[in-house]
Design a protein around this ligand. Structure first.
Ligand SMILES: Nc1ncnc2c1ncn2[C@@H]1O[C@H](COP(=O)(O)OP(=O)(O)OP(=O)(O)O)[C@@H](O)[C@H]1O
Length: 245
């Protein structure tokens, strides 16, 4: 059954005919997806449609699949919950799992990049929600990924902290040039950050649109608003709800 996850340096992610079943439920059904180097891709879709399942497969956290999955060797993940180890200081969390001797300088550089240079030596419990999420981003970036997988990383943050975190991710992406796959429920967030927006439906990518919008994005731009309406319609929100054929 399982063909497993192959390693590839050609594309950050290349998926062909991917299927994943849980019991008799088919969540991913013959799904195809290619992500280009440096591309910022947002993945939307109704709750339970399989977004996190796809992300976990790309992160190599789930191998019970059929189909072909090739993913960059250098990849990193940040989840909705920061998942910091409470018994390790923040800098040690950042380099957790890296091979070699603990390199504090490297951890500090990553923490400084996310604005946490003053939080290097504290315990995770001292951090605010937004700071913990930034530490989680630092832990991902220190791996210098070719593919950064983000699973609703901002959804637990308050509105203002969320905007700042979105801006930070946009800056980090421009500086590092890695490809990003961002799972989100937020249509505006997708349109503010991404180069390309996907919507999952029926276990596949049902909508796939490269965005031709200037940066920084202007939420009052008619093209932005038109895409927003189109995406909401695809998600079955607002006017023009689509059938699931
Ligand atoms: N380990 C598992 N065992 C059984 N079912 C699972 C498992 N993981 C996911 N599922 C099911 O697969 C479906 C897709 O789940 P997934 O978490 O990928 O959806 P999602 O699109 O990320 O949802 P949300 O937007 O609510 O986070 C759901 O019906 C879920 O219950």
């Amino acid at each position: 059954m399982a063909t497993g996850v192959q390693r590839s340096v050609v594309k950050p992610a290349s998926v062909r005919g991917l299927s994943r079943r849980f019991g008799d439920r088919t969540v991913l059904d013959d799904l195809d997806l290619e992500i280009e180097p440096g591309q910022f891709v947002a993945l939307l879709g109704p709750s339970g449609c399989g977004k996190s399942t796809l992300l976990r497969i790309l992160a190599d956290l789930d191998r019970e699949v059929t189909g072909e999955v090739e993913v960059a060797v250098r990849r990193a993940v940040a989840f909705q919950a920061p998942r910091l180890m409470p018994w390790k200081r923040v800098w040690r969390n950042v380099i957790l799992g890296l091979s070699g001797r603990p390199d504090k300088k490297r951890a500090v550089a990553a923490l400084e990049e996310v604005g946490l240079g003053h939080r290097v030596d504290v315990w995770p419990k001292v951090l605010s929600g937004g700071e913990a999420q930034r530490a989680s981003l630092a832990r991902a970036l220190v791996r210098e990924p070719d593919l950064l997988l983000l699973d609703e990383p901002f959804s637990a943050l308050d509105a203002l902290t969320r905007i700042k975190a979105q801006q930070l991710v946009g800056e980090l992406w421009q500086r590092h040039g890695c490809a990003i796959l961002l799972v989100t429920h937020d249509v505006e967030e997708a349109l503010l950050l991404a180069d390309r927006v996907l919507v999952m439906r029926d276990g596949r990518i049902g909508y796939d649109q490269v965005l031709d919008l200037d940066r920084p994005r202007d939420v009052t731009d008619p093209a932005f608003l038109a895409l927003r309406a189109e995406l909401l319609s695809w998600l079955g929100v607002g006017t023009g709800e689509r059938s699931s054929s």
